[in-house]
Design a protein around this ligand. Structure first.
Ligand code: ANZ
Length: 599
């Protein structure tokens, strides 16, 4: 053997693999295993993370194949999304061509590695075949009321006149324009994931083959919290302000009512210029992902009445109360809550301690822990009780007086799926000239993306397109405008594992027989960075599909393997753009410069 020419052998082996066909046909008499790795975004080249992930799946697939199981080990492409649009803008390309070229390249790379993938089932979420079926799912969700529309705030870049995703807002500024990002209210599409909060939380306990860490992350994300809603009457009006609290026993220490700037009461200050500026600033601070401790206060000069003491409680707006949690209103108890304490110090509100720590645990204010041995003080009929007993007693009183009720709230919010982007699945809705919102018939699908698109102008490319959005209502002949938002790409990846079961079916998203043959996925392999969103959305989708009369299991993934991330040193330039290490040099062990050209 001539060892000096190993490449000839390698080439032959490689070609054999490239031509080898792996089929996964379901046979009744054999047990099945469905092995799936999270499908890649076709960014251009396979990276080490892909290699690691797909090798694990491949080893498992080979093991089961050799043990005479029915094995399905498919592959596809999560191919809609912003990088294609960005690459297109920067290099004057067409997103479709860019994506398809990348897919071809990456597919060849995966083939050359020799992974035993059933390429017959390949799917690509940006293909019409896939997104037509997705539009059909959207229509089913619309019928069951899982899809709905409401006003919601978005990140608005005033210079580029466009909506930005959170990742495109860097330190409060637009990633391209550098302009200060504003919050703007737009009417957008949502999925009612909150209808399933309890199930999504409770059923985590049945996922015995998922890493504990991932389940804990999902639990914290859903964040179920048991507390009480209490109504405070607004002085000299007939209005009530409903607050949510998990510490009702501290109500005698309430020294202000703090409201989110998006609370209904803010409507009273709509015409107040000072308030308008204040609100803008609060929303801007809230939109920044960085932890910001700055607490802002707007005095309304209105008061509410403490329902137990009759005392006047000043009403204020602040940035640290968020609209998306509880009722968007809290009673501030500075002696026993850190944020309220900082706020009261800054704006000079009363700080009255109502819980005394046990004598062996003298703590400075704010005293936060609830201990068995602590006792209530300055609290009338609650005095001397432990916080736990006091809580039970006050809740009973609140219910007796009919001024509130026990309430379980969750941090989970409905999922906003509208994106003002070109490279995503079109939403099959039209707005008729008589003002009606019309869901298309399934026979009218697919709503195709236009191939020619001008991405150079600011704003939503589909909205800017000269003809695409103008259409007619099939039933009435009336003029209509198409929805120009497209779907969040997490929508695409929330059901792709079902599509693999019958990926060539052009009538329906997936057929019952093949889903009952192959589902659930037995081994799902991917990065821990998807612990929350992708996995939670997929769990929600199965439940939502079930509710829309599809025959799917509630839990899509039986065993989850999180493979760990492959990391390497990387850099960012002043504008926040990533810079590869090869493009950086080090001087005096301290300064880094971006090289103009790779040497
Ligand atoms: C009065 C109080 C007194 C509170 C006290 C805490 C300590 P978790 O446990 O995370 O559910 N809160 C309620 N809604 C809020 C909102 N929209 N934005 C910001 N804060 C909000 O937290 C519940 C507590 O967070 C609630 O209990 C409320 O403050 C605050 F000594 O009410 B508490």
């Amino acid at each position: 053997m001539d060892y000096s020419k190993p490449e000839i052998i390698e080439k032959k082996w490689q070609l054999e693999w490239e031509n080898k066909k792996i089929y996964s046909r379901y046979q009744q008499n054999k047990e099945k295993v469905y092995i799936l790795e999270m499908f890649p975004y076709p960014s251009g080249k396979i990276h080490m993370g892909h290699l690691r992930n797909y090798t694990i799946g491949d080893v498992v697939a080979r093991f089961y194949r050799n043990n005479n199981f029915n094995v399905m080990h498919p592959m596809g492409w999560d191919s809609f999304g912003m990088p294609a649009e960005n690459a297109a803008i920067e290099n004057n390309l067409n997103p479709k061509e860019w994506t398809e070229k990348n897919i071809e390249n990456m597919k060849n790379q995966l083939k050359s590695i020799g992974l035993s993938i059933d390429w017959e089932r390949e799917i690509s979420t940006c293909s019409v075949e896939y997104y037509k079926q997705q539009q059909s799912i959207f229509l089913d969700f619309y019928k069951t009321g899982i899809v709905y529309k409401k006003d919601s705030y978005v990140n608005w870049d005033p210079e580029d006149e466009t909506v930005l995703a959170n990742e495109q807002v860097i330190d409060g500024k637009g990633w391209r324009s550098g302009a200060l990002i504003e919050k703007k209210k737009l009417s957008q599409w949502f999925l009612k994931i909150t209808d399933f909060t309890k199930e999504l939380f409770d059923d985590l306990k049945n996922l015995s083959e998922w890493p504990e860490k991932v389940k804990t992350m999902q639990k914290n994300w859903i964040g179920i919290s048991r507390g009480v809603e209490i109504n405070f009457k607004m002085k000299n009006t007939t209005n009530y302000i409903n607050v949510f609290t998990t510490r009702p026993e501290t109500i005698f220490g309430a020294s202000f009512l703090a409201l989110s700037v998006e609370h209904n009461l803010a409507d009273l200050f709509e015409k107040n210029d000072e308030f308008k500026i204040f609100k803008e600033k609060c929303l801007r601070l809230q939109s920044q992902e960085i932890d910001n401790n700055e607490k802002l206060c707007f005095f309304t000069n209105n008061f509410a009445e403490n329902p137990f003491t009759g005392e006047d409680v000043p009403i204020v707006f602040t940035n640290y109360v968020l609209i998306g949690y509880g009722t968007g209103a809290v009673f501030g108890c500075p002696a026993h809550d850190k944020r309220d304490f900082e706020f009261a110090k800054k704006y000079d509100f009363k700080i009255l301690s109502v819980i005394e720590p046990p004598s062996d645990n003298k703590k400075n204010l704010p005293y936060i822990e609830i201990e068995e041995k602590a006792k209530l003080v300055n609290s009338y009929f609650l005095n001397n009780l432990s916080p736990k007993i006091a809580q039970e007693k006050i809740v009973k009183k609140i219910e007796e007086k009919k001024i509130g009720r026990s309430k379980t709230v969750s941090k989970l919010r409905d999922w906003g799926i509208s994106r003002q982007r070109y490279w995503g699945c079109p939403i099959p809705i039209i707005y008729r000239e008589d003002g009606k919102i019309i869901a298309l018939d399934k026979e009218e699908l697919p709503v195709r993306l236009p191939e020619k698109i001008d991405l150079s102008k600011p704003g939503n490319p589909l909205d800017n397109h000269p003809t695409w959005k103008y259409t007619k209502c099939k039933k009435t002949g009336m003029k209509a405008l198409r929805e120009t938002d497209t779907l969040d790409t997490f929508f695409d990846s929330s059901w792709y594992y079902l599509r693999f079961c019958s990926s060539k079916n052009d009538k329906i998203p997936f057929d019952n027989k093949s889903v009952s043959d192959w589902m659930p996925v037995d081994h799902y392999i991917g990065g821990i960075e998807h612990a929350i969103l992708h996995l939670l959305y997929s769990r929600f989708f199965c439940r939502a599909l079930k509710k829309s009369s599809y025959n799917v299991p509630s839990e899509p993934f039986k065993k989850l393997v999180t493979q760990g991330m492959v990391c390497h040193e990387t850099f960012r330039d002043k504008s926040g753009k990533w810079v590869e290490p090869q493009k950086v040099i080090r001087q005096d062990n301290e300064y880094f410069y971006k090289k103009k050209r790779l040497s």
